[in-house]
Design a protein around this ligand. Structure first.
Ligand SMILES: *Cc1c(COP(=O)(O)O)cnc(C)c1O
Length: 216
């Protein structure tokens, strides 16, 4: 990540590293935390909640980066600091209602289907502004930005094209007055292109933890 920032002439302080610890156990997270990593991303909510409990003593920041079904909103609202995958008002409303008043509002990114995959989750780019304003009105949530999860592409040029489109949308929405400070974009295979295109948070799993074990 440091070399990707250097290549893009960006300050490392402007790009946050989210360590994606899905499928790795609490000890692996503890090791990464001992090296100074504070923010961790998880996809599978039940698995994450167990880890979060085991590691409560460390005061880490937990990001939900997997899909959130209605029956899982309460677990997310009660356990996470961030959720990156909001693409429906109904889920946002439930998260807001279920966020315990004793906790800070849940930080949210709206997931955008930036490369137009027909079966994919995420909002169409033209839908984002409306949901963003609805989320801003929910007291249990704090709108932070956008998240993208494009189809993997081998060629850096193709990665850049898609990531630049996301950054342009992010800039347009900010110019319209939406208070967005986070563009969650880029993974192990495309973080260099994502950082070059203006990501502010890369979600990195295998490049940090190694290959994931198969899920049981
Ligand atoms: C697994 C995952 C990542 C990390 O992927 P790597 O290729 O291991 O870096 C990032 N974002 C999401 C949404 C994921 O599901």
């Amino acid at each position: 990540m440091v070399s990707s920032c250097a290549a893009a002439q960006r300050d490392t302080r402007d790009v946050a590293l989210l360590a994606v610890s899905k499928t790795f156990d609490a000890d692996a997270v503890r090791e990464a935390a001992a090296c100074g990593q504070r923010a961790f991303g998880e996809n599978y909510i039940q698995e994450a909640v167990e880890k979060i409990a085991l590691l409560a003593d460390l005061g880490l920041e937990w990001h939900c980066i997997g899909p959130v079904q209605s029956n899982k909103t309460r677990l997310v609202a009660q356990n996470f600091d961030w959720v990156h995958t909001i693409d429906r008002l109904k889920i946002a409303q439930r998260l807001s209602e279920q966020r315990p008043p004793s906790m800070a509002p849940l930080n949210c990114c709206l997931q955008v289907n930036i490369d137009g995959g027909a079966t994919k989750s995420g909002l169409a780019p033209e839908e984002v502004a409306t949901l963003a304003r609805e989320v801003m009105a929910l007291p249990g949530l704090r709108l932070r930005g956008l998240m993208t999860l494009p189809e993997p592409a081998d060629r850096v040029e193709d990665q850049l094209t898609v990531h630049r489109r996301a950054r342009a949308l992010f800039d347009t929405l900010r110019a319209q007055g939406l208070p967005l400070d986070t563009l969650s974009m880029g993974m192990s295979g495309d973080m260099e292109a994502a950082i070059a295109a203006g990501s502010t948070m890369v979600r990195v799993g295998t490049a940090l933890f190694g290959r994931r074990p198969a899920r049981a």
